[in-house]
Design a protein around this ligand. Structure first.
Ligand SMILES: [Zn+2]
Length: 98
């Protein structure tokens, strides 16, 4: 993933939509609630069985990002209003689901 497009800009498009523009000119939109539900961190997915340990239905529609930070050049961490802060979203994956 060395020559992969990187995040140019991240902004909140509207109340529950996160927008990312990429260095190759592409723009992706994300439903923030969906991002929270798809989190693959160790708190949300069992590392051994790879099964989701958090029921997506338990995540309220009202969840919103509080803080978004980039981790080096390959991923974002998103802290959510439900207190969840361990989610890591690799750019590669964001490109896929955007
Ligand atoms: Zn998580």
């Amino acid at each position: 993933m060395s020559d992969q497009a990187r995040v140019q800009r991240i902004w909140q498009q509207d109340d529950r939509t996160l927008a990312i523009s990429w260095t190759d000119g592409r723009k992706s939109l994300y439903d923030v609630v969906e991002l929270r539900r798809q989190c693959r961190c160790a708190n949300c997915v069992d590392e051994v069985t790879k099964k989701r340990t958090v029921n997506p239905d338990d995540i309220p529609e009202s969840v919103r990002p509080v803080k978004i930070e980039s981790v080096g050049r390959y991923a974002l961490t998103i802290q959510f209003t439900d207190g969840h802060r361990t989610g890591i979203y690799p750019f590669e994956r964001l490109r896929e689901i955007g």
